[in-house]
Design a protein around this ligand. Structure first.
Ligand SMILES: CC(=O)[C@@H](O)[C@H](O)COP(=O)(O)O
Ligand SMILES: NCC(=O)COP(=O)(O)O
Length: 237
């Protein structure tokens, strides 16, 4: 079964825009779990443009499904994750000023660093995932770091699929087949949506988790959050 992890970054974006506590990030996380989401994802960036480090601490006792914390493993992020001990940490090679995540790790070039970071989190019982492009050598490299899972960076698929190019799924299917063969779990995320999620899921053997935020929150503005969560769950069956 592919689990739906709702990324709530954009709820924090809306909250921060007025400086108060509306919408309440913790209440939203409780609600999406009540509506059926099997996980909550946050990406506390160094500039805290949306999810703050304190949000991550506040969410921990309220996330009874799976708690996935994403970020570039700079020291402050490492310290936060070791303090909070979420279900899973997803390592993302974002530059501090990146508008959003825009590339996967070079797991060959950064093998030693990633191996050390993965070992640190794994030794504390935190499941580890590495954000990668669907490049077979990068997936083999992720396996060598000791990571439990990869997260396939799906922006290229989502963009091409929106243009009608279904063949964009091919590298992702091949990446999943290799992942299953070498024994590393498969997550996926970035720009997944109601339009593309069923086609994606149907072509990725062994997909364990999708983390979806931007499109899901935008869709919820029109369709309602409870309805949208149910729509994703229906498409992921
Ligand atoms: C790793 C990934 O693709 C998403 O979690 C992304 O980091 C979302 O970040 P923003 O919500 O800041 O765009
Ligand atoms: N890891 C992907 C994620 O958490 C959400 O990405 P997006 O749906 O906001 O593009």
């Amino acid at each position: 079964m592919t689990k739906l992890s709702v990324n709530i970054n954009k709820i924090a974006t809306l909250r921060n825009s007025r400086g108060g506590n509306t919408p309440n990030v913790v209440q939203f996380a409780k609600d999406v779990q009540r509506f059926g989401a099997q996980g909550v994802t946050v990406h506390p960036r160094p500039d805290e443009r949306h999810i703050r480090y304190q949000d991550t601490r506040d969410l921990k006792p309220e996330v009874y499904t799976e708690f996935n914390v994403e970020g570039n493993p700079i020291k402050s992020f490492m310290d936060l994750v070791l303090e909070v001990k979420p279900t899973q940490v997803t390592l993302v090679p974002d530059a501090v000023d990146a508008l959003t995540s825009n590339a996967g790790w070079d797991t060959i070039k950064h093998k030693d660093f990633l191996t050390e970071v993965i070992q640190e989190f794994n030794s504390h019982g935190i499941r580890t995932s590495i954000f990668v492009d669907p490049v077979l050598e990068m997936i083999e490299g992720a396996k060598l770091t000791g990571a439990d899972r990869i997260e396939l960076y799906t922006e290229s698929f989502a963009h091409q699929y929106s243009l009608g190019n279904e063949k964009a799924i091919i590298p992702f299917t091949e990446a999943a087949e290799l992942s299953n063969e070498i024994g590393i779990g498969i997550n996926a995320g970035h720009d997944l949506s109601l339009d593309n999620i069923k086609f994606f899921k149907d072509n990725i053997p062994g997909l364990l988790e999708v983390s979806i935020g931007h499109a899901l929150i935008a869709e919820s503005l029109y369709l309602g959050i409870e309805n949208v969560v149910q729509m994703y769950l229906q498409r992921l069956k």
